[in-house]
Design a protein around this ligand. Sequence first.
Ligand code: FES
Length: 164
Amino acid sequence: MSDSTELICTKSRREFCVSACHAATAVALGSVLQSCGGGGSPAGPGGGNTAPPLTVVNGTVAGGTVTVAVDGASPLATVGGAALVRSSSGDMLVARTAQDAFAALTAICTHENCTITGFRTPTYVCPCHGSQFNTAGQVQSGPATRSLRTFPTQFAGTTLTITL
Ligand code: FES
């Protein structure tokens, strides 16, 4: 092989390698993008760990309590129901755990303070990172590690009273 032939072969080999490397990079980049969600369905808030939203019910603050009307149309009218109670004292999660018993919790997630808005019976689900709590406020799955604060409740007639 002459020097000029060797030079052409060397150059061709180098060009081949450059092309092959570019192709390999493109393939690798494509698979990286795909694994980052570029080619798949986007993960929603909570990594797809979402739940139907709670019905919002208004509460009235008076003298260190929040009162909530529980009429026939309320999501709290039946055992197993739950609601996000909104008042000037903040948001609370309320569940009817028995005919005359309710569980009231702060709606502020103990992980990074998002308002918990999702509920898949019987579990509350935080929309931010998917932490799950039972209706007693205990963590069922993280990243949260601490229970939700609970509040005492009383029920008389059609009025639920939550003591702050
Ligand atoms: S703030 Fe609720 S899971 Fe992160």
